[in-house]
Write a protein that binds this ligand. Structure first.
Ligand SMILES: [Zn+2]
Length: 401
């Protein structure tokens, strides 16, 4: 009984996994595709308004920063002015001090012939003497008071300078904070722009898909899978499935690959080409040409896989993709070369994130389905898709010799 319960539980988990694996639901009618398109356009509008908002915010912070710079500039000038004032006061003090000293020394000279003594004792009455005495007193007191006042002014200027420097420091700190804010906003705006580009591509592709169904004569509310059953959109060439990437393993005979004791791939023909880049599961995989999704499945070798049928210049082909982390289309969907069919992964038997891409002639799973029949029909993808002979490519269009 207990064993049965465990078995049932295992089966249940399995069933959940199978349901989980089912890729995203696709729309059934052109009307629904149009509704999806409308939502994408709304999202684009929202994104554009977010970009505008962020840009306005950046602009206002930049204005604050330049206002602060102007203030800092003014403060720097004020500090210089205070310094000049202090220097000039110090010079005045020195001068006054010297004058006083000179006066004092000439007045207080011990020499009996000194001017001070002569002046004082040259008085012709006691009143005159007191008068002469008070004059000399006043001159020295006046100079001393002047020096005290000037020293006070220096103190005041120094105090002001400290205040200005504090203000300057505060503003410099504020500038740092503002510039950090600008960096943050600029980064988030870059992300918004990237999102905008993605949405733009999705909108463009959704329009193409709708047009294909319309051209196939599907009505607005007809089930597109029924209506487009016979439809296989044609194309004139194959395109690279990544925006950027490089070839990591070529088509053809290959020795067995082991990681430790684990067999990753047995010796024999590697029936496709492996491509990769540093983006991991973030890397979108595009269909290599216009076509229709023929099969989606999982097995322990290729992981999440998908096969797409194509008609290139009247000849039929199948492209098969393996090790995907996620599949974003479903069986029967019409795709264009710009449709993201899923994301790169390392599911199944894989040593790292990459796409195993195989191209076979004829319609796989319709005209043939056994593995050896399929392998016999595979061709080197390099014969049909332009990959650089070495190094990476940086878009899907550039032609490498
Ligand atoms: Zn491979």
């Amino acid at each position: 009984m207990k064993k049965l319960k465990v078995l049932l539980l295992v089966m249940l988990i399995f069933a959940i996994n199978i349901v989980d694996f089912k890729s995203e639901v696709s729309a059934k009618t052109i009307a629904e595709l149009r509704e999806e398109l409308r939502k994408m356009e709304e999202e684009e509008e929202q994104n554009n308004s977010n970009i505008a908002k962020t840009e306005a915010e950046i602009e206002s912070i930049k204005n604050k920063v330049s206002a602060n710079y102007a203030t800092i500039d003014q403060i720097t000038k004020d500090i210089i002015k205070k310094d000049e004032e202090i220097v000039s006061l110090e010079e005045d003090i020195k001068e006054k001090d010297e004058t006083t000293k000179k006066l004092m020394s000439s007045l207080q000279a011990t020499n009996g012939n000194s001017f001070y003594i002569e002046y004082l004792f040259g008085a012709d009455s006691i009143t005159d003497f007191i008068y002469r005495y008070s004059i000399t007193e006043q001159i020295t007191t006046y100079n001393e008071r002047l020096i005290v006042e000037m020293n006070e002014m220096i103190e005041e200027a120094n105090q002001k300078k400290i205040e200005l420097k504090e203000k300057q420091q505060e503003l410099n700190k504020q500038q740092e904070e503002l510039s950090a804010q600008i960096t943050e906003l600029t980064n988030s705006n870059v992300k918004l722009y990237e999102l905008g580009t993605t949405i733009e591509d999705e909108i463009k592709n959704a329009k193409q898909v709708i047009q294909m169904y319309v051209d196939a004569g599907c009505g607005e509310h007809e089930d597109i899978k029924v209506c487009a059953n016979k439809l296989l959109p044609s194309d004139t060439k194959f395109w690279r499935p990544f925006d950027t990437g490089y070839v990591t393993s070529e088509y053809g005979y290959r020795n067995a690959i082991y990681v430790g004791d684990k067999l990753i791939s047995s010796a024999g023909i590697h029936e496709g080409i492996d491509i990769s880049n540093g983006l991991g599961t973030k890397n979108p995989i595009y269909s290599v040409a216009n076509g229709k999704v023929a099969a989606i499945w999982y097995d322990r070798w290729g992981g999440n896989q998908i096969t797409i049928h194509h008609k290139i210049n009247g000849k039929s082909y199948s492209s098969s993709y393996a090790h995907m982390s996620k599949i974003t289309v479903s069986k029967g969907d019409i795709v264009t070369k710009d449709t993201i069919i899923g994301y790169m992964g390392a599911t199944g038997s894989a040593t790292g994130y990459h796409l195993h891409l195989a191209i076979s002639t004829g319609l796989r799973f319709t005209e043939y389905s056994g593995y050896s029949a399929y392998v016999a029909r595979t061709v080197n993808p390099r014969n049909l898709i332009n990959f650089p002979s070495r190094g990476s490519w940086s878009d899907r269009v550039h032609y490498y010799k």
